[in-house]
Design a protein around this ligand. Structure first.
Ligand code: COA
Length: 237
């Protein structure tokens, strides 16, 4: 089912599981993985039978973030910016018009943490640890984290996590609202699948409209957000 080098793409009924598959380096996100995710997310988006995406990691971690080996390898700053503009992987994930679930265990650092924040729902194993270590490495989160984290947890908590880089454990992540559920490690896949199957049973058009209303509304003043909601509701009727 999967022809990718760094991820596995598996479909079972309406549920697609994308598994980050570089366990030897804790699923660090390298350029090849970015390409594979780009293709995988498009495959999910464009398949009318694919209803819900689960994003998970193989081995002992969800993802330890950007591959440190890639740092400084872009041909030039201009080239790096152009590549990012032409292939906005993180915007693609955020705006998939279908529900997405991150099933997180072990480390979710940097882009690993940020990828989970781009998903609609997060279920964590009790050994999960979330952190944004970028500032300590001399830069800032750049897979959306400076925007998605304060839209997910209280802004003060987001500032603390981003400025200090100190990771938080699963219990704390649940307490601050970073994850929706915490389950024992061995129950993680089953919990994510059960959630995905429930969502796969809902009307796809209604789910897409609800997701668009929330995500697009977050960028709007309240009156405009309410108008957006009315338009989307009317379209469904
Ligand atoms: N990029 C590339 N390789 C990575 C990596 C990353 N972000 N994170 C981990 N790895 C590699 C390690 O180099 C190691 O490879 P090796 O076995 O060839 O030495 C392997 O994954 C296992 O990691 P290790 O450090 O031995 O595991 P650990 O359990 O002792 O520590 C971490 C886990 C996550 C605390 C530690 O690996 C770490 O700090 N990683 C970097 C996190 C980071 O800064 N990410 C960038 C965010 S922008």
């Amino acid at each position: 089912m999967s022809a990718f080098e760094t991820i596995r793409y598996e479909k079972d009924g309406g549920v697609v599981r994308v598994t980050l598959n570089r366990p030897d380096v804790l699923n660090a996100v390298n350029l090849q993985m970015r390409d594979d995710l780009w293709e995988g997310f498009h495959a999910f988006r464009d398949d009318p039978d694919a209803r819900v995406l689960i994003l998970r990691g193989d081995g002992k971690a969800f993802s330890a973030g950007a591959d440190i080996g890639d740092f400084g390898t872009a041909p030039s700053l201009v080239e790096a910016r152009r590549a990012r503009r032409e292939r906005d992987l993180w915007a693609l994930l955020l705006h998939l018009p279908k529900p997405t679930i991150a099933a997180v265990h072990g480390y979710a650092l940097g882009a690993g943490c940020e990828m989970s924040l781009l998903c609609d729902l997060r279920v964590a194993a009790d050994d999960a640890r979330f952190g944004l270590p970028e500032v300590g490495l001399g830069y800032i989160p750049s897979a959306g984290g400076t925007q998605t984290l304060p839209r997910t947890v209280p802004p003060g908590v987001a500032r603390q996590m981003i400025l200090t880089g100190d990771p938080i454990d699963a219990a704390e992540a649940f307490r601050v609202g970073l994850v929706h559920r915490v389950v024992p490690n061995e129950e993680l896949d089953a919990a994510a699948l059960a959630w995905a199957e429930t969502l796969a049973g809902s009307d796809a058009g209604v789910l897409a409209a609800a997701k668009a209303a929330v995500l697009r509304g977050l960028d709007l003043p309240l009156a405009d957000g309410l108008a957006l909601e009315s338009r989307l509701a009317a379209q469904l009727r």
